[in-house]
Design a protein around this ligand. Structure first.
Ligand code: ADP
Ligand code: MG
Length: 684
């Protein structure tokens, strides 16, 4: 049997069981042995019967000294045995498992783990897990026992048997791929030891060794890969000379004073500009925290020093919104802004290209249109990227190459936990805007089920009567886009014709043409639409301060990050705003997630909570960054390991960036296999 073989080759795995395993993402033998336990149960302490703890789970070993008997009481069948371990007797019972009568062997030795109770003066163990003691290795008792995430009726006992048997078969094939030096330096156990002991730990220490190694390995592979991807963006010496920094003229025409948080970020930026290398900075600031003005000030500094500044935003709507807000300021300063979009007519584009190339256009704002070949800058000094998670590293690089190592500022409203930031942005310096501008009101968040619709609709009507606007978000799942789009459209019709007959209702969705979307957004900005029904296309950056109600239907379908983004669309003006999460989900995790949204409003706290709720797996933000799920590393708990990994991976990367040395060959192969096409999907 080879690691690459299909699981169907395993004894005891037929069509049906293999389908169940496939649902867990297990296709090959290798997938199976790398399907790490979700949890463990320490059953290694075998207790003498005379010392069992009442009302607790105990593990005991003993000989079956009575033939199993099954009795019936009404609907309940009880199967009973007695065991003896030399220190005492214990009665053991199972409920409604009459078949045990034939499978438990009289006079054989077994090991049992179950709760011991005292009833009517008798001490009994109820419904234990049991295992015969023979020459075979114990898997479910008398040791630290693995528990697998298995929702598809694949019993734990079977899981353990299958994994154990497979491991015994293939363990000699488990290859080490980490270079010897790294193993030694970091006290890592071998890969073989790690895989064996992560499933069936010999003892606590072996478990910790195994887990440490596997977490290290997982983060290490990711880190090396990210370093390789980002190698292209390394800090370079800068040819852009910024020597005059006088921002008073722009500060004087702003309608507000900068907050302390904004000032401190600005200080970081000015400090960067005074260095002799290109700035590479990320601003993280919650929605509405006022990142745009920072971009404007940086653009101002750039232009007043004789260079051009480019601002790239992920959507037309967002880019044109930026353009409007830049023009308001820079028109007054006599600095020319130009807007570029894929939707512009050829003639308009040509004119813009000419303005950019001649240097007449000082500030260039647009979508991906900015990075087209035809766009040639006269002297690009600064690149500003908004909502950067929407852009890949490659796009960031193309834009940078349009100048000579320009300064780069990327801005994101997607707060991410500290650990993830360390992983994703190790090449960037980070500034955080951690306070909102003054005068913002807290958005009241309400979590209700669908019986509340009549009240919700009335609430929206009342809001519209006061000339305030509302969003209704209907999520769509990609697989079902067609049918769901239909549902959204017919829902819109229903709301238009039956519920909100006297109001203006429109729908916006991802399948619309850009011009159509733009058209609807324009109307919404102007207040000509009372109620905007939307899939999630409005998620990023929209700023309509007159919108005060955000209804999110099927809220359980969204992750915390998206919910937070959506909620941030309201509460942008001085009016009190509300976010209503509608969900009938009975799933505990979903419920907890929505309750968390009700309780917290700070994006950074939410991001940490999200990580805490989910731990490993599809945690906050990874999916949208294109980073694969973690199998074992818990980014909430494993920050210390991560720090170590970052140190080690940086050392290795500096020595052998492309992993061409002999000792790194296997590592290189593993990385390639692990991330077949992350290059194209990851965005940092
Ligand atoms: P985001 O960080 O989400 O991009 P914006 O830059 O769009 O946020 O700012 C949100 C709103 O806050 C805008 O209307 C902006 O004019 C306003 N704003 C920004 N900074 C301040 C400030 N220091 N004082 C008052 N209002 C501010
Ligand atoms: Mg913004």
């Amino acid at each position: 049997m080879l690691l690459s073989d299909n699981i169907i080759n395993i004894k005891n795995i037929g069509e049906e069981r293999s389908k169940k395993l496939q649902k867990l993402g297990i296709y090959t033998i290798n997938d199976l042995i790398e399907y790490f336990p979700r949890d463990y149960d320490d059953r290694s302490n075998v207790c003498n019967i005379k010392d069992v703890n009442i009302n607790e789970i105990n593990t005991v070993k003993g000989k079956v000294i009575t033939k199993p008997e099954t009795t019936r009481i009404k609907h309940l069948s009880i199967t009973k045995i007695r065991i003896d371990d030399g220190t005492g007797f214990l009665e053991i019972l199972w409920f409604n498992q009459p078949y045990l009568k034939n499978s438990i062997k009289y006079k054989s030795n077994y090991i049992f783990t179950g709760k011991v109770v005292e009833k009517y003066g008798r001490i009994q163990m109820e419904a234990p897990d049991y295992e015969i003691i023979d020459e075979k290795e114990l898997l479910s008792n008398g040791r630290i026992v693995p528990i697998y995430a298995s929702t598809y009726k694949f019993p734990q006992k079977l899981f353990r048997e299958v994994i154990n048997q497979t491991l015994n078969n293939v363990k000699e094939q488990i290859e080490e791929f980490l270079p010897n030096e790294i193993l030694k330096q970091n006290n890592l156990c071998s890969r073989k030891f790690a895989i064996e002991n992560i499933h069936f730990p010999e003892d606590n220490n072996s478990f910790f060794m195994a887990r440490y190694r596997l977490v290290f390995e997982e983060l290490f592979l990711l880190q090396i890969k990210l370093l390789q991807i980002k190698g292209i963006l390394e800090h370079k010496k800068c040819n852009i000379i910024i020597k005059d920094i006088n921002i008073n003229p722009i500060l004087n025409i702003l309608p507000f004073n900068l907050t302390d948080a904004q000032n401190s970020v600005l200080k970081d930026i000015i400090n960067d500009l005074n260095q002799n290398k290109a700035m590479n900075r990320l601003i993280q600031g919650d929605v509405g925290s006022g990142k745009t003005v920072i971009a404007q000030i940086l653009a101002y500094i750039t232009v007043t020093n004789g260079y051009q500044a480019a601002i790239m935003a992920p959507t037309d709507v967002l880019a044109s919104q930026h353009f409007e807000s830049f023009k308001k300021i820079f028109d007054k300063l006599n600095i020319k802004c130009v807007f570029l979009s894929g939707n512009q007519k050829a003639k308009e584009k040509r004119e813009n290209y000419a303005l950019i190339q001649s240097g007449e256009a000082k500030i260039i704002i647009g979508t991906h249109a900015i990075i087209q070949d035809k766009v040639i800058f006269k002297n690009l000094g600064t690149v500003i990227i908004d909502e950067q998670h929407r852009f890949g590293v490659k796009q960031r690089e193309i834009l940078s190459k349009k100048g000579q190592n320009p300064h780069t500022l990327v801005m994101t409203a997607t707060p991410i936990p500290r650990t993830l930031a360390l992983i994703l942005y190790s090449d960037l310096d980070i500034s955080i805007i951690d306070k909102l501008p003054p005068g913002r009101q807290k958005i009241d968040t309400i979590y209700v089920n669908s019986t509340y619709y009549p009240r919700i609709y009335n609430f929206i009507k009342k809001n519209a009567d006061e000339k305030k606007q509302s969003y209704i978000i209907c999520p769509m799942i990609e697989e079902n886009e067609k049918t769901e789009l239909k549902a959204v459209l017919s829902y819109t019709e229903k709301l238009k014709n039956e519920i909100f007959t006297n109001y203006s209702v429109e729908c916006i969705h991802g399948k619309m043409k850009n011009t159509e979307k733009q058209n609807i957004m324009d109307k919404f900005y102007k207040g000509e639409i009372d109620i905007l029904i939307s899939t999630t296309v409005i998620e990023v950056g929209i700023n309509v301060s007159n919108a005060t109600i955000m209804i999110i239907e099927n809220a359980e379908r969204f992750g915390i990050s998206q919910l937070h983004q959506l909620r941030g669309r309201v509460g942008r003006g001085s009016e009190k705003s509300y976010c209503v999460l509608v969900s009938d989900s009975k799933n505990n995790q979903s419920k907890q997630r929505l309750q968390t949204m009700v309780k917290y409003s700070d994006g950074f706290i939410l991001s940490e909570k999200d990580l805490e709720l989910r731990g490993t797996g599809d945690f906050f933000g990874t999916k949208q960054h294109g980073v694969p799920d973690m199998k074992i590393a818990n980014l909430y708990k494993d920050i210390q390991i991560l720090k170590q990994v970052q140190k080690v991976s940086m050392q290795l990367y500096k020595k052998d960036p492309l992993l061409l040395n002999d000792e790194n060959k296997l590592l290189k192969a593993k990385i390639n296999q692990f991330f077949n096409d992350i290059d194209n999907t990851v965005s940092l």
